[in-house]
Design a protein around this ligand. Structure first.
Ligand code: G1P
Length: 289
């Protein structure tokens, strides 16, 4: 069955990015000229997703506003003949079928995904995490969707991370069964560096079968006192095969201050309008360091 729906959890408190996230959703933090969540929505659409559900927490209304119509702004731009800007604004409000649901309590990623149960129904679906922005020739999600068409099993997107970083991620214990593809034997959320079964880490892209909801309903509270998606998938693995796919592309952790700065600089160096001037600036600056 084709993957048509995507879920974007955006209910986290963004504590790693305080103080900017005190009153502003981390998903709306700007990378060059777009909020982080727009990159995620664009990746989903470029991969062929037709319907998107954003799981929101309190104080996240600006995410919904960003993808809504803005008649006052559009009228103003039209009156001033700013047609290029008007197009940017109108395209944004029409770019996708986006739905919203509230996660009433911050009980973890697994609990957030469970809030998508009614939206998803009985079909496979994608999950994209807003902190992980991937830049590559083929969108990371598209790579997973292609792998899903071949194997028809739940798949999580992975890459190798530095061995001392494994305690930040869901880690895969798996066996390589095909090019870039592992069969998952076990999943562990944020293991300690000494106990981690590998350094193959889940990096914010998943295709899940709808049976994940039953698994999440019986997932006990895990790491950090939260219901973890990784644990739910590990329960699902007892009854269904789960794969991990080592996707290509450069991944930025934009929920982290340094990761965010790297993404900002590298995306600016590729930006259609800014790249040349920005490159000159960076080069000149580097000489002074
Ligand atoms: C979440 C998941 C973790 C995954 C990570 C990817 O953790 O729980 O399994 O590896 O995203 O970014 P978080 O970063 O929200 O703590």
């Amino acid at each position: 069955m084709k993957v048509r729906k995507a879920v974007i959890p955006a209910a986290g408190l963004g504590t790693r990015f305080l103080p900017v996230t005190k009153a502003q959703p981390k998903e709306m933090i700007c990378i060059v000229d777009k909020p982080a969540i727009q990159y995620i929505v664009e990746e989903a659409l470029a991969s062929g997703i037709e319907e998107i559900l954003i799981i929101m927490g309190r104080n996240k209304e600006s995410i919904a506003n960003h993808f809504d119509k803005t008649p006052e702004l559009d009228h103003n731009l039209a009156a001033k003949n700013k047609t290029d800007l008007l197009k940017i604004s109108e395209d944004l409000s029409e770019m996708a079928n986006i739905h919203f649901v509230r996660q009433k309590e911050a009980k973890g990623l697994g609990h957030a995904v469970l809030c998508a149960k009614a939206f998803v129904g009985n079909e496979p679906f994608a999950v994209l995490l807003g902190d992980d922005i991937v830049d590559g020739e083929v969108p990371a999600l598209k790579q997973l969707m292609d792998a899903y068409e071949t194997h028809e099993s739940s798949i999580l997107g992975v890459q190798h991370v530095a061995k001392d970083q494994v305690d930040k991620y869901g880690i895969v214990d798996g066996a390589l069964i095909a090019d870039r593809t592992y069969e998952v034997k076990r999943l562990v959320e944020k293991p300690s560096v000494v106990s981690a079964p590998s350094n193959v880490a889940a990096l914010g892209r998943y295709i899940l079968t709808p049976e994940i909801f039953e698994a999440l309903e019986k997932t006990p509270v895990g790491k950090g006192g939260e219901i973890q998606l990784t644990d739910g998938m590990d329960i699902l693995r007892e009854t269904q095969k789960i794969l991990a796919y080592d996707f290509s592309g450069k991944r930025y952790d934009t929920g982290d201050k340094l990761g965010y700065l790297k993404a900002t600089v590298e995306f600016a160096l590729k930006h259609e309008v800014l790249k040349d001037d920005f490159k000159d600036y960076v080069k000149a600056l580097a000489e002074t360091l």
